[in-house]
Write a protein that binds this ligand. Sequence first.
Ligand code: ADP
Ligand code: AMP
Length: 216
Amino acid sequence: MNIILLGPPGAGKGTQARFLEEKRGMIQLSTGDMLRAAIKRGEPLGLEAKKLMDAGTLVPDSLMIQMIENRIAQPDCGKGFILDGFPRTVPQAEALDKMLAAKNKRLDAVIELEVDEAALIERVSGRYTCAKCGAGYHDKFKPTKVPGVCDACGNKEFTRRPDDNAETMKTRLKAFHEQTAPIIPYYQQKGLLHAIDGMADMDQVQASIEAILNKI
Ligand code: ADP
Ligand code: AMP
């Protein structure tokens, strides 16, 4: 099964994608994570993207389409994938349709997480990640069990994203409303869209997603 998790920054896409990886053995394809990995490796693509990401604006479609096309071609994606952060524009959605058709693959569902703006800002402002294993946490909604120690791997170093602040969120939310929201009717017309309440707690959101996927 191949799905898209759609929603503004901080909606809970990464959190839910990780649940689906554990439960269903699907593969999370996060374009944001791929770009941050390219920055860490010092790749030219990463350096080009970093300025745009830090400012909260989108990276050009051509780069993102190429990146996801290469990733989807890898054999592990045969288990089913969860797109997280892609597509983010109508041209990206159209390119995705073409590349899937060329590989005899298809999308089974697009799940939209609906979360109001104040909650999004609170979620990104408190987000932090284990620097070693990448497990995700939140100061208020999902703190580590032992303060300062990763639940998953015991590491004691964490990172916070430079773009996870209220100021950059203004630009990121504007990009979402102007450039990404038009893909919602695009998938609605195809009969693939399922909107769910992303304001609920993480377990309830997970249950809503499971209920949708179990019917497919
Ligand atoms: P996205 O991938 O959509 O940007 P994340 O999954 O990283 O969002 O979630 C953003 C932050 O909000 C994280 O710190 C996460 O722990 C927290 N979070 C995710 N889902 C919920 C939820 N349903 N309720 C409260 N906090 C949540
Ligand atoms: P994310 O981790 O999904 O919040 O993405 C972080 C940043 O990476 C975004 O603000 C964009 O600058 C860039 N980015 C990630 N995915 C895409 C995409 N599909 N198209 C354009 N830019 C993207």
